[in-house]
Design a protein around this ligand. Structure first.
Ligand code: AMP
Length: 222
């Protein structure tokens, strides 16, 4: 059983690296942002509650974020473990998490802010399956269409200059201190997020003492 948290500034590749790790280690990838986005797209009550805050780049309330995580982990479909992305985002959420779950490690993807804007503005999301694309590094075969399901690729509503500024400020003020909390417990490995995704993935595995990417299993592919 492996339980990881992945942290890093916007555009550092948390979703991509989580998927690569989850794919051949049979981990469940839990993205709190994806859960909220799903609710917005599907016009649920929760979606209506969080839509405006998300579009503005603000964090949604801690009670809601914590209950989303609690409910998702209570499904217990993670026989081999999980990797959670987008949580915890502040000290309160970190305390909640540490009280409720033991973890094996925190993966910190380190990316300078100068790279963040370039990456975030080149990012597209499939409206259908949620796959993340970075037009700088891995454009889809057919422009504007998802390689895996053919869905339309769109810009995330919060990938605007205004919302990104709010999100970056929130990250540095509220989320970064969480890393110090985890560092004190010696959970954190920091990995340079600038290289190509396969190299970053390999580095994560080496640092966590995990087996290398299986030749047939995903990390160079979408
Ligand atoms: P992400 O995809 O992780 O960038 O998350 C997108 C948005 O979802 C954030 O900007 C927040 O509005 C909301 N969100 C995601 N995770 C959390 C969290 N742990 N606490 C509060 N809001 C969150």
């Amino acid at each position: 059983m492996r339980k990881y948290v992945i942290m890093g500034v916007q555009g550092s590749g948390k979703g991509t690296q989580s998927e690569l790790l989850a794919a051949d280690l049979d981990l469940v990838h839990i993205s709190v942002g994806d859960i909220f986005r799903w609710n917005v797209t599907n016009h649920t009550k929760m979606g209506a509650q969080v839509h405006r805050l998300m579009a503005a780049g603000e964090l949604v309330g801690d009670d809601l974020a914590e209950s989303v995580v609690q409910r998702r982990l209570a499904e217990h479909d993670w026989n081999f473990g999980f990797i959670i992305d987008g949580f915890p985002r502040n000290a309160r959420q970190a305390e909640f998490f540490l009280e409720s779950y033991d973890i094996d490690g925190v993966i910190h993807l380190d990316l300078p802010d100068s790279e963040v804007r370039r990456r975030v503005f080149g990012r597209r999301l499939c409206v259908n399956c949620g796959m993340d694309y970075n037009l700088l590094a891995d454009s889809p075969a057919v422009p504007g269409r998802c390689d895996s399901c053919g869905g339309e690729l769109v810009t995330r509503e919060d990938d605007t200059a205004e919302a990104l500024a709010v999100r970056l400020r929130g990250y540095h003020e509220k989320t970064n201190p969480v890393l110090d909390l985890f560092r004190r417990k010696e959970y954190v490995i920091t990995v340079d997020a600038r290289p190509a995704k396969d190299i970053v993935q390999q580095e994560i595995r080496t640092r966590l003492g995990l087996p290398p990417v299986k030749p047939s299993g995903g990390a160079g592919e979408r």
